[in-house]
Design a protein around this ligand. Structure first.
Ligand code: NAD
Ligand code: IPM
Ligand code: MN
Length: 350
């Protein structure tokens, strides 16, 4: 059985997952690691971003670690065959409905953020993003031609009670192990799904988690509060689209998009999907300068959440902290280290 299935993908994806492989060999050489084409790379070879064998391997592995997918090369591919569609199909196929995106500001990086040190120092937020529903998957969708020849684009935002409950439950449970506060972000002032989201979260809270502090916040205000006073947050639970946007915003509080890992989890015992939240970064791909820490920290999350090795996860997390403490910086963090040299620094700290 494969312990870790690597899906390097496109752009900087293969560059950062290559470093994960090195770290994994150093830290846990006994892990059985496999690798498959995914995204644009798979489309070029197989005519589809995610073929049946790869999905089957992913659901049979203990954990899957994805690099990044997409890029200008595939801009004209049919929508259902674009690299990003492969990623959505992988998330849906693995049924990983809760996406944990921790925004954590490592002490030595407090000056790397575009925000002032006193705003971000000590920051430790967990964004829980619903990942397999909402406007990303709702029907009807498409672009249709109207009688007058003009066009109409349609996306559908849709959520059921069960979809909201299961992701909110993950958020409340996480909060209990942290600072015991959940902020639920939606647009209940204008959206029906937002109204249902608020009702369901409120009811679940009263029924199962009365000991956790629950706060409701409109998503636009949440975006503003994230840059005004981010340390007011502990766990933020939100839908697929708001979670996508709020987590990129939160990434910059930590210094760089290249720092944020994520874990997508589903039912207990099912494999998790681990991915840096950044994309394929076409602007720097092939230069060997991408920050590999988001990918390395995604492996840290895989050790903790899917591979039953919290001990090794702790070691790796501490090693990343020590490497940063010693001054290791890629270009996005204001330094000059290459992708491989940043991984060297982590391996040395291990
Ligand atoms: P992006 O995240 O790829 O890049 C945004 C900016 O952040 C760029 O300037 C990039 O150079 C920088 N950046 C990102 N990761 C970095 C890293 N590890 N180290 C240093 N700098 C880093 O977002 P984009 O440019 O909007 O999207 C590019 C492509 O990636 C698109 O095709 C998009 O669909 C795709 N994408 C994929 C994923 C994913 O696979 N999970 C996530 C986001 C975007
Ligand atoms: C992310 C990305 C993806 C998303 C894209 C590439 C499908 O932006 O993982 O944050 O929108 O979920
Ligand atoms: Mn995103």
């Amino acid at each position: 059985m494969t312990d870790l299935l690597l899906l390097p993908g496109d752009g900087i994806g293969p560059e950062v997952t290559a470093q994960v492989r090195r770290v994994a060999e150093r830290l846990a050489g006994e892990l059985k690691v496999e690798e498959r084409l995914f995204g644009g790379a798979s489309y070029d070879k197989h005519g589809t971003p995610l073929n049946d064998e790869t999905l089957a391997e992913a659901t049979a592995a203990k954990a899957v670690l994805m690099g990044a997918v997409g890029g200008p090369k595939w801009a004209d591919a049919p929508r259902q065959l674009r690299p990003e569609a492969g990623l959505l199909n992988l998330r849906a196929g693995m049924e990983v409905f809760a996406n944990l995106r921790p925004a954590l500001c490592f002490g030595p990086l407090a000056d790397a953020s575009t925000l002032r040190r006193e705003v971000v120092e000590g920051l430790d937020i967990m964004i829980v993003r619903e990942l397999t529903g909402g406007v990303y998957f709702g029907h009807p969708r498409g672009i249709e031609t109207l009688a007058d020849g003009s066009k109409r684009g349609i996306d559908t935002q849709v959520y059921t009670t069960g979809e909201i409950e299961r992701v909110a439950r993950v958020a409340f449970e996480l909060a209990r192990g942290r600072r015991n506060k959940v902020t639920s972000a939606e647009k209940s002032n204008v959206m029906e799904t937002g109204l249902l989201w608020r009702e369901v979260v409120t009811a679940l809270h009263a029924r199962e988690f009365p000991d956790v502090t629950l706060e409701h916040m409109l998503a636009d205000n949440c975006a503003m509060q994230l840059v005004k006073n981010p340390r007011q947050f502990d766990v933020i639970v939100t839908d697929n689209l708001f979670g996508d946007i709020l987590s990129d915003e939160a990434a910059m509080l930590t210094g760089s998009l290249g720092m944020l890992p994520s874990a997508a989890i589903g039912a207990p015992g099912k494999p998790g999907l681990y991915e840096p939240i950044h994309g394929s970064a076409p602007d720097i791909a092939g230069q060997g300068v991408a920050n590999p820490l988001a990918a390395i920290l995604s492996f840290e999350m895989a050790l903790r959440w899917s591979l039953g090795r919290a001990d090794l996860a702790d070691k790796l997390f501490a090693a990343v902290g020590r490497a940063l403490e010693a001054g290791a910086r890629t270009r996005d963090l204001g330094g000059t280290l290459s992708t491989a040299q940043m991984a060297d620094a982590v391996i040395e700290a291990l």
